[in-house]
Write a protein that binds this ligand. Structure first.
Ligand SMILES: [Zn+2]
Ligand SMILES: [Zn+2]
Length: 638
């Protein structure tokens, strides 16, 4: 983490931040990548700032990683310009996990080119070139880059003709760049180029197609190796790939972007998840409701969606001269159910639950398998209650969320509590009293579960505070999980009321709550989390029987019938193939149990059990096998 130092006046004699740091903390000077003072990032080669405090960043800081990776992108661009003369540079930022640079070149980069460029980058690192910053006017910079064939840089500069800009150079290379950068190329440690892609200049398909090279950089080779290992694992587990290999779902181009077809095996799993879900909701006093896919535009005007969520909505479609819209959210429907009668405090709380399919516009460029789609099903609930009840309701909703996540083997959570900022209170809906009650209930629920959390003032949306839970998957990636969100907007827009014990009308509190969020995304994430090896209760095929020869076929069918009787999802692999080939195929399909039957098993009334991860478990009487897996066949229960 960034280390902060007080700057004493007598230290200001040092030539640069780096020189000062070398005197103050030589070890840190070795690892330092940049500095920060008064919120501004600085090169280590810059003079000491006129600030009382300075922070020193290393690769452990997010801003530090960006400096390292951005410097690596410059080294890559330098290598490319040396190896492919005449190449023009577009832009080359650091991104999450790495960096890229877009090139305009007549060459077509393939794997051999990446290896060559990487080798040249290693030479640039070994040469330990000093990286220097110069400031100049945009006009000077235009002249500078025009001389060097930097037509894209000139285009950028022409948009900011009056600006003072900075140019970073190292050896024969120079780039228009805000910085900061490492002091020299020798400070780059572990580099790897990863892939290439086409990219349009400024993301606009009317512009030239450029070639993008992606790469990454780490502080040590060990970190890089670990990253590459996880990346390979992530590729092996990619849900789009497993979705096809295991025949779970598809998103055919012909259907339209971001729209999902659930195939029989995926459909069965979805059914099992939904069934588990519904049972758990019933146990907790939720009521099931259903609502249509379209509604009058007028409803979306009342709810406010047509003003603040218009770009995300599809439509209009006309029915009897009236405008309708596809639903992006289920909330207004649940509100109408609530409002179908005047409610008394005695009826509260109500908890409406729906697996509601919604449609939201996403740009085609961001669509990604099941993770970003245009039509998806939310496990949506709206809890409507009195202020006295809200504490318990939020506590129970959070407890429920954690139970469900643990049921799918998620153990690590990151909890964000988004609340309003102290300034700008005017922009939020709801009274101070409502915000206080809401925030307190969220906080007490989090603390009651003993969870660490991050409080984010100013992150709340205008209509209420919320909890967001992120899940850590088996490859260490964080993914969006349950959310519990107050809404002071809809309660007022729809004039929601209840009659209190005092006989007066009051406004209830309303909480939106989604646990899986999107069934599609949750399923995609789960496929990757378990690498397609689903827990037994969810596996579409739980056991497959492999008869060794034709004469074992009848016995295999008898075993299958017994297993079906015990509600095991089973199939018989009676193809003409060797047992070895059948085992390999069953393993590729991640089937939890393969049961091999031959002469010995037939005579003894047994099956030879082979478990997906534990391997060969030896012969077992059929009844014993069934008893042994009985618990695992059921979803987790609370
Ligand atoms: Zn740059
Ligand atoms: Zn809602």
């Amino acid at each position: 983490m960034a280390r902060a130092f007080d700057l004493k006046p007598e230290e200001r004699t040092a030539d640069s931040i780096l020189a000062w740091l070398q005197a103050r903390d030589p070890e840190l000077a070795h690892e330092a990548v940049a500095a920060r003072a008064d919120g501004r990032l600085l090169d280590l080669t810059a003079p000491l700032p006129e600030a009382d405090r300075i922070e020193i960043l290393t690769f452990e800081d997010e801003a530090g990683r960006e400096v390292v990776r951005h410097t690596a992108s410059h080294a890559m661009a330098q290598a490319v310009q040396q190896l492919y003369p005449g190449t023009s540079l577009a832009i080359g930022p650091a991104i999450e996990d790495g960096f890229y640079y877009d090139f305009d070149t007549s060459a077509t980069f393939g794997p051999d080119d990446l290896a060559k460029i990487e080798a040249r980058m290693a030479e640039i690192v070994a040469a330990d070139l000093l990286i220097e910053r110069r400031e100049m006017s945009a006009q000077e910079a235009i002249a500078f880059f025009r001389d060097r064939g930097g037509k894209y840089k000139v285009e950028i500069l022409e948009d900011i003709p009056d600006a003072l800009v900075s140019v970073y150079s190292q050896g024969d290379f120079a780039d228009l760049c805000r910085g900061p950068h490492l002091p020299s190329t020798g400070r780059l440690k572990a580099l790897k180029l990863l892939s290439t892609a086409g990219a349009y200049w400024r993301g606009d398909e009317r512009n030239a197609m450029l070639q993008r090279i992606y790469g990454t950089a780490f502080a040590t080779q060990e970190q890089l190796d670990e990253y590459l290992r996880l990346r390979e694992e992530a590729e092996r587990r990619d849900h789009r790939r497993l979705g096809r290999d295991l025949d779970l779902f598809s998103l055919p181009e012909q259907l339209g972007g971001g729209l999902v077809l659930w195939h029989p095996k995926g459909g069965l799993m979805r059914y099992l998840i939904e069934e588990f879900w519904r049972k758990e909701h019933l146990k907790r006093g939720y009521d099931f409701v259903f609502s249509p896919h379209i509604a009058r535009a007028h409803l979306w005007e009342t709810s406010g969606h047509l003003s603040f969520y218009r770009d995300g909505m599809y439509g209009p479609l006309m029915i009897d001269d009236e405008e309708y819209r596809l639903k992006p959210m289920n909330c207004p429907f649940h509100v109408l159910i609530y409002k179908s009668q005047l409610r008394s405090y005695r009826e509260l709380p109500v908890r409406y639950f729906e697996l509601g399919t919604v449609y939201r516009y996403e740009r085609s460029g961001v669509l990604h398998g099941l993770l970003r789609v245009r039509g998806f099903t939310q496990d949506d609930a709206h809890i409507i209650c009195t202020p006295d009840q809200i504490g318990d309701e939020v506590k129970n909703a959070l407890e429920f969320a954690l139970f469900l996540m643990r049921a799918f083997d998620y153990e690590d959570f990151q909890v964000d509590l988004s609340v309003r900022s102290d300034e700008d209170r005017g922009k939020y809906m709801g009274s101070d009293e409502e915000w206080e009650i809401a925030e307190r209930s969220l906080l007490e629920a989090i603390e009651g579960q003993g969870l660490d959390y991050h409080r984010a003032p100013g992150e709340a949306v205008f209509y209420g505070p919320k909890i967001d839970i992120k899940l850590k998957d088996s490859m260490g990636r964080m993914t969006q999980g349950p959310t519990i969100q107050f809404d002071f907007n809809l309660t007022s827009r729809f004039n929601m009321e209840y009659v209190g014990a005092d006989g007066e009308r009051h406004t209830p509190l309303m909480v939106h709550r989604a646990l899986l969020g999107s069934l599609e995304r949750f399923f995609g994430v789960l496929v990757e989390h378990v690498g397609g090896a689903f827990p037994l209760w969810l596996a579409p095929v739980q056991a497959r029987i492999l008869p060794i020869a034709d004469r074992h076929h009848d016995y295999a069918e008898q075993v299958a019938a017994q297993l079906r009787e015990a509600e095991v999802r089973v199939e018989v692999d009676d193809r003409k193939a060797t047992t070895g080939a059948k085992i390999r195929e069953g393993e590729m399909q991640k089937i939890p149990y393969l049961l091999i039957v031959g002469d010995r098993e037939q005579t003894a009334g047994t099956v030879s059990v082979r478990h997906r991860s534990e391997g060969n478990l030896g012969p077992k009487p059929i009844a014993d096998f069934i008893i042994g897996i009985a618990d695992e066949l059921q979803p987790p229960s609370s």
